[in-house]
Design a protein around this ligand. Structure first.
Ligand SMILES: Cc1ncc(COP(=O)(O)O)c(C=O)c1O
Length: 360
């Protein structure tokens, strides 16, 4: 399936010799369009809830990273390239890059920094090890620049795949995602939405949605799952602007302007910080499960808790709302059981052991 971005801007598939650019590199990794489904259980005030099932975006691994990687990994020369990236110990971006990078025959290294060692993080580390990611584990955030500098001194230097927020190429995937939702609305598969709720980390997903949704939604509510200033309204807007500028500069796509949804950044549901579970997130995970949604404590649980708070306060009475389900729901159990935590350094193994859930 051709990404919606190419339908909207056909010149992206053509080389631009006058500007000195080849056609926009793209590599199909996922399964798109992802469905939009209605949640049939009634919600307070008659709020109509729909879910963008991005959790099903790839057969190997789903979630919001797959669309980004279709553009970011397309810039990588064929098999054998060495890639590097970074993220928290349980980073979905790192795992997705490891899984899809390996599929392309690349060697992938990742610098990981601390985050609370909840069970999902332990599972992600196991899966990282099972896909043979070469992990460079930092004990504190301060180790990250040091490890990245060491990576840059390797010869040949690995290609750095950003986890988000800095590279407009990564936003193209979600620009396409926004256009995809707009096309689904135009085709009558879903209604026009009053609000779209999404977890806000580095901002690629939200920036792309703002660029692509057009008239399909009135407002995007981006729920912070990392603190300010990493997640900020200004950061999202700048990222969107830079991405638009990239298409205009390279492909002459001046008609990228158009009606946009409003952006509301919601910061009240973050709790103590990135990766720290919250009581309201836990409640949202439970209520999500009752509605048939499997959510996680770091991203989707917090985003859904914001949506539910707006339902409960009556703010969404009579509204049509789309929840973007950004967390992988493909079964990773075979990867998780294959990953050997014994390959981690002793200091991390003992921290993981300290956080092991007590046997019941
Ligand atoms: C499951 C999940 N949802 C949402 C996000 C936030 O996406 P973005 O960084 O594009 O704001 C992330 C980012 O890591 C994620 O892993």
């Amino acid at each position: 399936m051709v990404p919606a971005l190419f339908d909207a801007f056909p010149t992206l598939t053509e080389p631009q010799p006058a500007r000195g650019y080849a056609q926009l590199p793209y590599l199909s990794l996922g399964q798109f369009p992802t469905p939009i489904e209605r949640v049939l259980a009634p919600l307070q005030g008659g709020c109509e809830l729909w879910v963008k099932r991005e959790d099903l975006s790839g057969a190997l691994y789903g979630g919001n990273k797959v669309r980004r990687l279709e553009f970011l990994l397309a810039e990588v020369p064929p098999a054998g390239e060495s890639l590097a990236t970074f993220g928290g110990y349980g980073s979905n971006h790192v795992l997705a890059t490891g899984i899809y990078g390996k599929k392309l025959g690349c060697r992938v290294q990742a610098v990981l920094y601390p985050q609370p060692l909840v069970p999902a993080v332990r599972a992600a580390l196991r899966a990282d090890l099972a896909v043979e990611l070469k992990l460079r584990l930092c004990r504190t955030y301060f180790g990250v620049p040091w490890e990245l500098a060491r990576l840059s001194r390797q010869r040949p230097a690995p290609r750095l795949i950003s986890p988000g927020g800095v590279d407009p190429v990564g936003v193209l995937g979600w620009w396409s995602g926004g256009l995809e939702i707009a096309a689904q609305v135009a085709a009558g598969l879903a209604p026009r939405f009053d609000a779209v709720y999404v977890a806000l980390g580095a901002g690629d997903t939200t920036a792309g949605l703002l660029l692509g949704l057009g008239m399909a939604a009135t407002e995007v509510v981006a729920v912070r799952v990392v603190p300010w200033p990493v997640a900020s309204s200004l950061g999202v807007r700048l990222l969107a602007r830079r991405t638009r500028a990239l298409l205009i500069r390279r492909y002459g796509q001046a008609k990228t302007a158009g009606p946009r949804p409003k952006l509301r950044v919601e910061g009240r549901f973050l709790g103590r910080g990135y990766g720290h579970p919250t009581p309201w997130g836990a409640q949202a995970i439970q209520r999500g499960a009752d509605l048939g949604l499997i959510l996680d404590p770091t991203y989707t649980g917090k985003a859904f808790s914001a949506l539910l708070a707006d339902v409960d306060s009556g703010r969404l009475a009579g509204k049509r709302v789309l929840f973007v389900h950004t967390y992988n729901s493909r079964d990773l159990s075979s990867l998780i059981s294959a990953g050997d935590l014994g390959m981690l350094p002793h200091w991390l193994r003992s921290r993981l052991a300290d956080n092991e859930p007590a046997p019941r």
